[in-house]
Design a protein around this ligand. Sequence first.
Ligand code: EPU
Length: 425
Amino acid sequence: MQLTPLQIKGGRQIGGEITVQHSKNAALPVIVASLLTHEPVILHGIPRLSDVYTILDLLAHLGTVHRWVGDNSLELHTPEILNTDAPYALVSKMRASFIVMGAILARAGEATVSMPGGCAWGPRPVDQHVKAFRALGVEITEDGGNFDARRSASLSGRFTFELLTVGGTHNAILAAVLGDGVVILENASIDTDVVDMVEFLNSLGADIEGAGTNTITVRGVPALRGGEYTVIPDRIEAGTFMMLAAATRSRLTVNNVRPDHLRAVTAKLQEMGVEITEEAGRLIVDATVRELKPVNITTQSYPGFPTDLQPQMSALLATVPGTSVVQDPVYPDRLTHVAELHRMGANITVSGYTQVIQGADLHAAPVKAADLRAGAALFIAALTTEGETVIDGVQYLNRGYERLGERLRGIGASVRQPDLALAMD
Ligand code: EPU
């Protein structure tokens, strides 16, 4: 969908309060997990984002009927699985949709899912998903870009992931929930989004132990019931707004936050000189107290510094005098923001997955987002500069930030664009 660019005039402080949406990356697997029950579920805290609409299109193809029952509340009902395939047209729009494989397999015994392919910032492999399935008794063949998976019995056995993968952990858990086997996953992701999906599934009657630790045990149950669940707040959106406050040297209250999900981010901003006060469910971020200092960061799996905040942090550090080093070994090619920040005067040298950043004042320029978090880096950079920055590629921002223009205006930012809100249910 072609959207009009975002026009931003920055160079002044923002302030007041902003409320974080619920987590996109937790909502998507929770929506997929609803496929495991034939009874209706009601989910609260579902952000109205294009990625959510994409997964709902995919679920509709599989047999799910959905209905919005509130601004961010969704009723989902899958009485039976009508199709066991996830076509390329839908999977290629969003790589996260590969986790439908586990859910379809659990419910229907067989699944055909297209290879998700790469994305704007490099390959997104699924080898660990496939190895986990095979180790747990699933037969998988790959043919013409499709994975065909089939199980003749309940999944059972033990699998040790070769690296920490959020999606791989989701997929293996989903496949193992129904039946009479016992599955033990080692070196499993301890990400908040894994914990959230497990808490949802357990609330429907699943028997999953150890989420939030590296060893997860799934004991199969015959069926799940319906239920109601609220998704966690979005720690990546919260981190984005914290970095926006720091980059604009402002004081901002960020509401609807789980401070325990943001420890690595809070610690880095504090190391830079940002004052952060924790209150129940919110953080007060104050970058007006002292001059900010450069820092070094390396991304890691949760609870380390998230790759999903690396471009935003790079934009912030591009405004902080001195030398900072940013390394993203989780996604070494996640660098599409760099060339665009160069257009705004940033001094960033790239070598492999390392950015060496010499902080300086940025200036307005026409730029283009090539992916979601690069888009976030660009609106942060734009709000630090006087003059008008025009950001193209707004459809990427719509994948992760709900009603962004309206909410940024609410904290005093000058942002023009026919609103980013989507109304397409
Ligand atoms: N990996 C493999 N093989 C696999 C799976 C992953 O080598 O089979 C590697 C990846 O290449 C990467 C690392 O493992 O280096 C971690 O990938 P992971 O599987 O954890 O990522 P994901 O589940 O595909 C989710 C988020 C991403 C986020 C990553 C990392 C969703 C929908 N996506 O992806 O979010 O970057 O975890 O935290 O939850 C975003 O929101 O902008 C976004 C891209």
